[in-house]
Design a protein. Structure first.
Length: 343
């Protein structure tokens, strides 16, 4: 059956996220976790998932993520949404164990069989991660929505967070930027199929490397780059760690077609919302830099802070796992801004 899912939603992928500044207002009154000492990571910080210690050694990771279609094909949409949700467990240095589905479906507009294809895509992603899609919940709603609630495990000593970077750490990004720009170009009807497939390949690639990074003590901080863009997630890491992230623009990987679509004004609305929310904390080398660096990523890569003494070993490990990485920047003592972009 032929359907264009993106026609039924006002937003797309992680670009649907509420802007960082607005989210902070929503959560402002509910950040205390003092009554739950076993809750090691909750909403008191801006981390990727909640973590609860079940004993002195083992922790449960719990997270959820869902959004509206970022591509037209139902199976692909389901797979992207599932890969994106599972990433939060990897971003804590953990291993996923189980997922349940979250499905909202406009029953008056789209056939149930199309929703079944979305679920099939979610199951395929879970199978690649080695976990069951064990159940879920569905509602009739005005726009199609899909995602997962994911449970994972991590040893307490291997837990990674986004607010534990150290002065001098090198920063790495495991996926190129630009999927928000490409999917916006798709909505405008100016994208090539080859470029769409390139973005889909990135969005459907699991961040399994995160589970390998958990036990490495020289990996000091970890987060995944999603709807707030590289700048937003680097800002969370820098603020939480009390440091400044210095990023070299020329070292940041991006999908090769991105400049073409930026020239044609394929800029997601989420980019502007992101920049309006946090631009005051960031120093750019050129004003237009934010168009890529604040681009909302759906199922983006991991941002990793690594002890510089471990650089060679880290890059070798990445190479062994199919990733050719070089540093995109480093963490420095706090300056006037939390994130500084250099040429």
């Amino acid at each position: 059956m032929s359907v264009k899912l993106t026609q039924y939603s006002h937003g797309a992928g992680c670009g649907c996220k509420i802007a960082p500044a607005v989210l902070d207002r929503i959560l402002h009154q509910s950040r205390s976790q003092s009554h739950f000492p076993n809750l090691l990571v909750g909403n008191a910080s801006n981390d990727d998932a909640a973590v609860y210690a079940i004993n002195e050694e083992d922790c449960v990771i719990s997270t959820t993520d869902f959004f509206m279609p970022i591509v037209d094909d139902p199976f692909t949409f389901g797979k992207i949404a599932a890969v994106n949700a599972i990433s939060d467990v990897y971003a804590m240095g953990g291993t996923p164990t189980m997922a349940i589905a979250i499905l909202g479906w406009p029953m008056d507009k789209l056939e149930p069989e199309i929703a079944g294809l979305v679920l099939d895509g979610g199951k395929a992603a879970c199978a690649e991660a080695g976990i069951p899609l064990a159940g879920g919940h569905s509602i009739d709603c005005p726009e199609p929505i899909f995602g997962l609630a994911v449970t994972g495990m991590v040893k307490r000593k291997h837990l990674k967070q986004n607010n534990t970077a150290r002065n001098g750490d090198l920063l790495y990004l495991t996926k190129p930027l630009g999927v928000g720009i490409i999917t916006t170009a798709q909505k405008k009807g100016i994208v090539t199929e080859e470029d769409v497939q390139m973005a889909i390949h990135s969005m459907t690639t699991l961040n399994k490397i995160g589970a390998l990074l958990g036990p490495i003590q020289e990996v000091h901080a970890l987060t995944d780059v999603t709807g707030f863009g590289l700048l937003g997630h680097a800002l969370e890491m820098a603020k939480g760690s009390g440091l400044t992230a210095v990023i070299e623009k020329s070292k940041v990987p991006s999908l090769p077609c991105v400049p073409t679509y930026l020239e044609q004004k394929a800029v997601p609305g989420g980019t502007q919302r992101n920049w309006k929310s946090y631009g005051h904390d960031i120093q750019l080398s050129q004003e237009e830099d934010y168009l890529l660096l604040a681009d909302p990523q759906t199922s983006g890569g991991l941002l990793v802070a690594v002890d510089p003494s471990f650089q060679n070993q880290f890059e070798s490990l990445m190479s062994e796992n199919g990733l050719s990485l070089t540093p995109i920047g480093k963490m420095e003592e706090k300056s006037k801004v939390f994130v500084k972009i250099e040429d």
